[in-house]
Design a binder for this molecule. Structure first.
Ligand code: ADP
Ligand code: MG
Length: 331
């Protein structure tokens, strides 16, 4: 999805010999949540590895059923259908995800907002759109956006979208969440190491079968075949929000598919944002938020959060980074 400018080369070895026991590293590409996943596990045999991967895939499918806005029977669709009507009691899991999403809205001053979804349907990022929607249409759709209008009741575990026409969507956090859950599931099964890669939003644990660290390479945005930095990812996660595939050009200006929920307009100025943190869910959401906030306020915000780092590539292909990113080369 975001291969064109910043992409991750995951070094993996398929067959390796441990010191006493033989372990193998097994990898499988899967299409889940409408996106390309790659699950890699360290296992005592290939057969066990593939069983583990299939179980992790079922876990991701389960999450998709919960958060999908397309599936009319999902809990999320039920919340959306009852916007402006009544609170909906949901599972503890979905309640928790929404609660955390709202916290991220609070720390990003609304740049990340799961209620962006009512705006989403007036912009088409598939190349068919040549003109801006009318100001009136944008103002109208953004009028339904606002995380403060999502009312949570922790006692009954209910979610209420207080305005008719409001919608929530997990497009900017769901893949990260699913990756975290798949990892937690595999760890609970005793899988000693692995990597869950949801189209570039990824999380790792343990080491490769050889004992080596999982490494990711960030490509030079000017030349996708040149890796400018290799970073070890130890028990942690990475996610990228990128501009390069889904965007529109109107009057010569490039707009990305990421909407500023406060204005209703797509963002511009940033090509890609890569966030590093412990959990993929947080990486995924913050990458979107930094994209919306722009490089200066985005990096400033990340610098205040412990254990979170960011690399931003701007429109002029210039690379900017938060204070904890240690590589020096600017290209
Ligand atoms: P990618 O599409 O590359 O995975 P993101 O993780 O940033 O990128 O997710 C973008 C998706 O998130 C959009 O397609 C849309 O569904 C949704 N989205 C867009 N803008 C916002 C926003 N400001 N806050 C939350 N979700 C958003
Ligand atoms: Mg995201």
């Amino acid at each position: 999805m975001r291969r064109a400018v910043v992409f991750f080369l995951v070094l993996s070895c398929f067959l390796a010999v441990g010191q006493e026991k033989k372990y193998v590293t097994v990898k499988k590409a899967l299409n889940l949540m409408g996106t390309a996943f790659e699950i890699t596990v360290v296992a005592p045999s290939e057969e066990i590895g593939y069983i583990n991967i299939d179980e992790a895939a079922s876990e991701i499918t389960r999450i998709e059923k919960m958060i999908s806005s397309w599936d009319p029977d999902s809990e999320t669709s039920l919340i959306n259908k009852n916007a402006g009507i009544r609170p909906v009691k949901v599972s503890r899991e979905l309640f928790g995800l929404i609660e955390r999403a709202i916290k991220i809205s609070e720390i990003t001053d609304g740049a990340f907002d799961i209620s962006y979804a009512s705006v989403d349907n007036i912009w088409k990022f598939d190349g068919t759109m040549k003109n801006m929607p009318s100001r009136g249409a944008i103002a109208q759709s953004v009028s339904k956006v606002g995380y403060k209008k999502i009312v949570l009741d922790a006692e009954v575990q209910s979610v209420f979208l207080t305005q008719k026409g409001m919608k929530i969507g997990f497009g900017a956090i769901g893949k990260g969440y699913a990756a975290d859950k798949a990892k937690a599931f595999l760890m609970s099964k005793g899988v000693p190491g692995g990597l869950i890669n949801a189209s570039g939003d990824l999380t790792t644990w343990g080491t490769k079968a050889t004992g080596e660290k999982w490494m990711i390479g960030i490509a030079n945005p000017l030349s996708k075949d040149k890796v400018f930095s290799w970073l070890p990812v130890i028990e942690s996660s990475v996610a990228t929000s990128g501009n390069y595939e889904k965007y529109i050009v109107i009057n010569g200006k490039k707009y990305s598919h990421i909407i500023d929920p406060r204005t209703g307009y797509p963002t511009s100025g940033v090509q890609s944002v890569t966030v590093f943190a412990k959990y993929a869910e947080l990486c995924d959401a913050l990458a979107t938020a930094v994209f919306v906030m722009g490089k200066d306020s985005g990096i400033h915000m990340i610098n205040q959060i412990d254990g979170v780092e960011v690399v931003v590539v701007d429109d002029a292909n210039k690379i900017h980074r938060s204070s904890g990113i240690l590589f020096n080369n600017n290209q």
